[in-house]
Design a protein around this ligand. Structure first.
Ligand SMILES: Cc1cc2nc3c(=O)[nH]c(=O)nc-3n(C[C@H](O)[C@H](O)[C@H](O)COP(=O)(O)OP(=O)(O)OC[C@H]3O[C@@H](n4cnc5c(N)ncnc54)[C@H](O)[C@@H]3O)c2cc1C
Length: 292
């Protein structure tokens, strides 16, 4: 979807297919290899506005009712909230199951765009884009994704899927968030160049189950937002496990700078973005682990 191309298409050059079932969507995709799936179209719209070449073939997923459910799901005796890929960001914020079992995810969704965009944009589009602001939170929640590829249904951890070689022919079906009934601590912060309705300089998230006898249990940290590849900070997590609740801020700060790969653009340097991420993570950990 990021293809820059001098070819600018007028709306009449574009053919839109509107499959009614997943099977039909797959048939269109295999018939028109260059076809692009569109859900809410809010991210693709940003590309169109910049005259980026998307495709002459649009496959609208809008009518696929099968991808609109939010429900409980049992797998290997573990409970998940299963969110259909076509669920809008607004529905993710207001659904009783996400509110009850996935409050951190709801917080992240509330930080995506403005209400009008959230009414149309879907969680599937946010995840499938690989740059959405929901991804750091979904990583620390150990979410799974289910998708159709080469005629097969595959469910795998979001972290593994993000690491895979990117094959654009996939159709994302749902996102599965484990329900954790024990008490956990967490945080999510999105930093933008303005207070609201702005794209992220960086989005960070963290989650752990407890800090007992000086030991931190099940620590997970992730960064993303803007054009970053969302990633877990596995090395920093390991160091925190060794260091325990009385960790050295300086050490964690410098390890975040080492592990997190960022980028520069016309507004900000990669070093600045890394420092923002490191500052937020260290201050949240200090606030909750040391004083908590
Ligand atoms: C003004 C504005 C502000 C925004 N602010 C933010 C923000 O703060 N944070 C943020 O994260 N995003 C932001 N966005 C981007 C966008 O709104 C969200 O990422 C949204 O969740 C995308 O969902 P969509 O359904 O509109 O995706 P689409 O635009 O329809 O698709 C996005 C990508 O995902 C693919 N895709 C969609 N659904 C599927 C599927 N089921 N299977 C396979 N591929 C699929 C499409 O082919 C495309 O490549 C903003 C957009 C606008 C216009």
């Amino acid at each position: 979807m990021n293809n820059k191309n001098s070819e600018v298409l007028s709306r009449t050059d574009i053919e839109v297919s509107s499959p009614l079932t997943i099977l039909e969507a797959l048939e269109y995709k295999s018939k028109f290899q260059e076809g692009v799936y569109v859900a809410g179209g809010t991210l693709l719209q940003l590309g169109w506005e910049k005259s980026e070449f998307i495709s002459k073939r649009i496959i609208s997923l809008e009518s696929l009712k099968e991808l609109k459910n939010v429900e409980m799901h049992l797998e290997d005796q573990k409970q998940f909230v299963k969110i259909g890929a076509l669920t809008t960001i607004d529905e993710c914020i207001n659904h009783a199951l996400t509110i009850m079992y996935c409050p951190l995810f709801v917080t992240a969704c509330k930080n995506i765009a403005a209400p009008a965009v959230r009414n149309r944009g879907t969680i599937g589009g946010n995840v499938a884009s690989r740059i959405g602001d929901s991804l750091p939170v979904l990583l620390v929640l150990n979410a799974k994704v289910t998708f159709l590829i080469n005629g097969k249904i595959v469910t795998k951890s979001l972290a593994d899927w993000l690491n895979d070689q990117h094959d654009p022919s996939f159709l994302l079906i749902d996102i599965r968030i484990p329900c954790v009934k024990t008490k956990t601590s967490d945080f999510y912060k999105k930093v933008g160049r303005r207070e609201t309705f702005t794209s992220a300089i960086v989005s960070v998230s963290g989650k752990w189950s407890s800090c007992e006898n000086g030991n931190i249990r099940d620590m997970r940290l992730a960064v993303g937002g803007g054009n970053h590849d969302p990633v877990r900070l596995y090395r920093v997590e390991e160091i925190l496990k060794k260091e325990g609740c009385e960790f050295s801020s300086e050490l964690i700060y410098s390890e975040i700078l080492n592990e997190f790969n960022s980028y520069s653009d016309v507004f900000l340097t990669d070093h600045y973005r890394k420092k923002v991420a490191a500052n937020i993570i260290v201050s949240e950990l200090k606030r909750q682990l040391v004083s908590g």
